[in-house]
Structures are given as structure tokens and as C-alpha cells.
Design a protein around this ligand. Structure first.
Ligand code: HSE
Length: 287
């Protein structure tokens, strides 16, 4: 059995902690069979190879009775780079428990469990449901609503350095004054309306008008503003993916190549991936 979970790009500007898009990088878990102890084969750096692995920890949280398994894990989602790698691992763990313990969890139940574990739904909801998801929690209950998919390429500029979410959250103000909060939330509300109306010229304007986090995090991700400026030449829209440092640019597909060439000319030489929205979310292949 194989479990495949997409990466996710959260916030999309003002949708802080509440909007996320599943994108076409993947974490794959292959279940090889029962084992004496949990064994996780992977080539993903210093992540645990035993029961301390996050995928196993999550699976055991959901189904503590699970017997030990031999797993093979591969992933092209960069870790601590703002593309939801830990959310993908959490979702893989929940699906692993779901399959092995035959829990018959619905996707909505999985979103609920994953959001409780992660604390917010902006990465886990799209990794489960696929597509573009807007969500929040009310009284310990998570609601997630799927929005239409933007018909664009998503060009991810992935800096070589990593950035821990904790560090990227530590630079945020502890409070916003009442009027600033109302304005920031009005921008976000209007962005959501534009996304559902598929009015992408309005989406572009609002996505770059965040007042919740980007202005504070820009000091940690110096690539954000230069990439946004280059993007404007190509009619594109740029935001900080999750907590960064990945910078995401939403662009009309026929402009993608020229945009990337322009980034290279500007000396931006780190990894670039041309991503597409993933429609499926987590999928299980029983072969
Ligand atoms: N919405 C989160 C943030 C994503 O920007 O901090 C990372 O968990």
C-alpha cells in the first residue's frame, strides 16, 4: 500500500492561518509489511528511522493499537521551507492509521484530527482535501470550505536556507490595534470573496495587501520583495508561502519561463519549482 500526500502553500497573503493550497510536490509512504519494531527507511536527513518518526507518532496517536510496520518514505517536499512538510507527515500518519486500523475516517474527520494536532488547518486541510481550502476553528471544531482552483502556475522560489515556523512567528507583533485588525481582516475577507468569484485581477491586488505577517517576515526572507517586483513585470502575484522562506508567485503559464529567466538574471540562483494545484489531496494506492 502507498499513501501519497501533497505539499501545501499556506496564507496566500492575508489568509493567515486560514487559507492553503495543495501543490504538486509529494510525500510518499509505502507500507512494506509487519515488522518486529517500527522501521522507517528514508533518505530525508536526520529524521528518525524508528517509532519516534512523526508519521508513526501521529499514526499511534490516532490508533494506539497499531502493530509495528516497515515503512519506506520518500519526499520531494523541502523540510522547514514553508511548503507544509510536517503537515504532510501528519496527514500521512493519520491516513496510515486509517488504513491499517480500518477506521473508515471521512476526509472531514481527518481534517478535524489533523487540525487539532497542527493547531490550524491551513496546511493540513489542503493536504487532505486537495485544492484551495479556506478554514478556521470555532469552539474546538474545524470548518473547511473548498474554493475554485486558480488557473495559474505557482512558481516556488525555495531559498537554500531553512526557516523554522517558530522563528517566523516570533517576529510577529503580539497585538494589532483594533482599527488595523479590522482593516487586515477586511482585506482577507475581500480576498476570499474574490477567490470564490474567480475575479483574479482583484485576487492579485488583495493577495499582495497582507497586513498580518509578510511585512514582519520580509526581514527574514530578503528575496520576497525583489521577486514580487520582478513578478509585476509579468503581471504575476507573489506571496510568502506559509511561514517562508519559500516565495510563491502565481503566474499565467505562458509567462512562467520568462519570469524564471528574469529571476536568474537578477542573481536569484536557488531552487525553483514550477508547481500546479493538486486536486486530490491524500490518496491511497492499494496495489
Ligand atoms: N500559517 C502558518 C504561518 C503556516 O504562517 O505561520 C505555518 O504553519
Amino acid at each position: 500500500m502507498k499513501i501519497k500526500v501533497p505539499a501545501s502553500s499556506a496564507n496566500l497573503g492575508p489568509g493567515f492561518d486560514s487559507i492553503g493550497l495543495a501543490v504538486s510536490l509529494y510525500l510518499t509512504v509505502t507500507v512494506k509489511g509487519a515488522a518486529k519494531e517500527w522501521q522507517i527507511d528514508h533518505q530525508l536527513g536526520d529524521l528518525p528511522h524508528d517509532k519516534h518518526n512523526m508519521i508513526v507518532q501521529t499514526a499511534l496517536q490516532v490508533a494506539p493499537q497499531l502493530s509495528h510496520q516497515h515503512l519506506e518514505v520518500s519526499s520531494d517536499i523541502p523540510v522547514t521551507h514553508g511548503l507544509g512538510s510536517s503537515s504532510s507527515a501528519i496527514v500521512a500518519g493519520i491516513e496510515l492509521a486509517n488504513q491499517l486500523a480500518n477506521l473508515k475516517l471521512t476526509k472531514a474527520a481527518m481534517v478535524e484530527i489533523a487540525s487539532q494536532i497542527e493547531g490550524h488547518s491551513d496546511n493540513v486541510a489542503p493536504a487532505i482535501l486537495g485544492g484551495l481550502v479556506v478554514g478556521t476553528n470555532i469552539d474546538q471544531h474545524f470548518d473547511a470550505v473548498e474554493a475554485p482552483l486558480p488557473p495559474y502556475d505557482f512558481v516556488a522560489y525555495i531559498p537554500a536556507y531553512s526557516l523554522a515556523t517558530k522563528k517566523a512567528r516570533a517576529v510577529l507583533p503580539r497585538q494589532l490595534d483594533y482599527h488595523s485588525a479590522i482593516h487586515a481582516s477586511a482585506v482577507a475577507n475581500t480576498l476570499v470573496a474574490a477567490l470564490f468569484k474567480q475575479d483574479y485581477s482583484l485576487v492579485s491586488e488583495l493577495m499582495e495587501a497582507d497586513n498580518f505577517h509578510e511585512q514582519y517576515r520580509a526581514q527574514l526572507v530578503p528575496e520576497l520583495m525583489p521577486i514580487r517586483q520582478v513578478g509585476h513585470v509579468y503581471g504575476a502575484t507573489t506571496y510568502l508561502s506559509g511561514a517562508g522562506p519559500t516565495v510563491m508567485t502565481m503566474i499565467t503559464p505562458d509567462k512562467t519561463v520568462a519570469f524564471i529567466e528574469a529571476l536568474r538574471k537578477k542573481g536569484l540562483s536557488d531552487r525553483i519549482e514550477v508547481l500546479h494545484p493538486d486536486r486530490n489531496g491524500v490518496v491511497v494506492d492499494d496495489q
